[in-house]
Design a protein around this ligand. Sequence first.
Ligand code: GLC
Length: 549
Amino acid sequence: MTEDTPAVPSSGGAAEPGGWWRDAVIYQVYVRSFADSDGDGVGDLPGVRSRLPYLAALGVDALWLTPFYVSPMADFGYDVADYRDVDPLFGTLDDARALIADAHARGLRIIVDVVPNHTSDRHAWFRAALAAPPGSAERARYVFRDGRGPDGAEPPNDWTSVFGGPAWTRVPDGQWYLHLFAAEQPDLNWENPEVHDEFASILRFWLDLGADGFRVDVAHGMAKAPGLPDVGHGNQTEMLGTAVLPYFDQDPVHEIHREWRRLLDAYGGERIAVAEAWAPTPERLAAYTRPDELHQAFNFHYLTAPWDASRMREVIAESLRTADAVGAPATWVLSNHDVKRHVTRYGGGEAGLRRARAAALLTLALPGSSYVYQGEELGLPEVLDLPEEFQQDPQRRRGGGTGRDGCRVPLPWDGEEPPFGFGAGPASWLPMPTAWRDLTVAAQRGDPGSMLALYREALRVRRDHPALGGGRLSWLDGPPGTLSFVRTGTDTGTGGGRRLGCAVNLGERAARVPLPGTPLLASGPYQADGGAAELPPDTALWWDVPEDG
Ligand code: GLC
């Protein structure tokens, strides 16, 4: 396929029956690190636009663009100062319009990020809040409180920031404001109707501009327990995503999502929202995707599962069961801009790469919608040895854990030296390893054994095969350490029809798995004979199950 061939039938973002999002493959563009059009070392919207042919040829259905709005970049754009304009670093509003139009012309939908839990401390609202006295309407848009102890010198409660340290900062008149992330990211007060109105207007702004939906940042935040009670015990950083905290996954947050769903449904063209929600159980996560709430939620239980067959099977089965119970598609995510890249998580080096190849086939065979984080299609590892002066992530600077810079290193496109065609300038904002010369798009494009070739082929089969995308999964018996299942698509029902088999060996020894059909695609070498395959460790195989198979 040449890169100029639209890989997906052009939809122009128009309404289509059947819910395009139920089995969409959505590619996450971390705009800052994707492609730099003006040589300043930072990716931008025209850069993304120039690489649309690559994305269309890869065969994804939609792009999720991380925040490109006006921001002082204390958290690289997740601190928004103006939700209705583009930061000059990333381009202009016209660039956003042009990108959306070009993407639609190629059959790619565009999902933009919305950050409703907090604004930047440079947002006009927060500046006004600081200038206004305690008790004012300006302060009521945020969470200001008096402190505890003599002179109110202690924070109002014991909440800690996700990025480390107290979740409160004191202002000169003695009050404190809440920030669940960096001090430059004050939390909004979602009990204030003005905040609801403002975000409804922001959503409309981007929908009117042509966006096909939103990725909702910290969708489990926003609602805080009444009275802001102490957590009282435990290391709160370790409790994130494993317990309901008085500031995360509070039930009233679902009211906000219902309100947003009504707004989205009022627009044509099946505009969607996907929740970035860290919920303690798959059940609580699925609650974000009840029929009157958001369309999808990232499946972080899958992302955090170890490379272990029984644990993976448990997570997959539980995710399917809970998503099914609310009529939502399951989603599958292996990496994003906040976590260590999965090649490295799965062990790094040759083994990590082999497992990532097998994981790609496993993930893309599962029923529902899949996310691909930029660079995973190239097999990029985490960059673990970034020089100190480049490590800028507020999470690391505040002591809240390892930095996330290593998964945000820009993409290598072509050439023999950094910055590998990322931009015309001499350097990229995070330096790229020289070893990435073998991982560039250009280096992989002509190599049928490359990770890029595997993703392209898997996405092509997924698009063409009636059993992939939506539909069902039935587990097959297999040796320990392996996963095997057969897929039926939405159109094929349970009997007859073409089906697709998938087997993955996550164990340490070669395993014999049934192969009742014709092999379609494998993540690595294997032997097949007489209705069975000998799969080496860390290898996945897809096969076609004939109509009567
Ligand atoms: C989300 C984003 C992350 C950001 C945080 C605060 O988790 O994915 O990058 O730091 O929200 O907005």
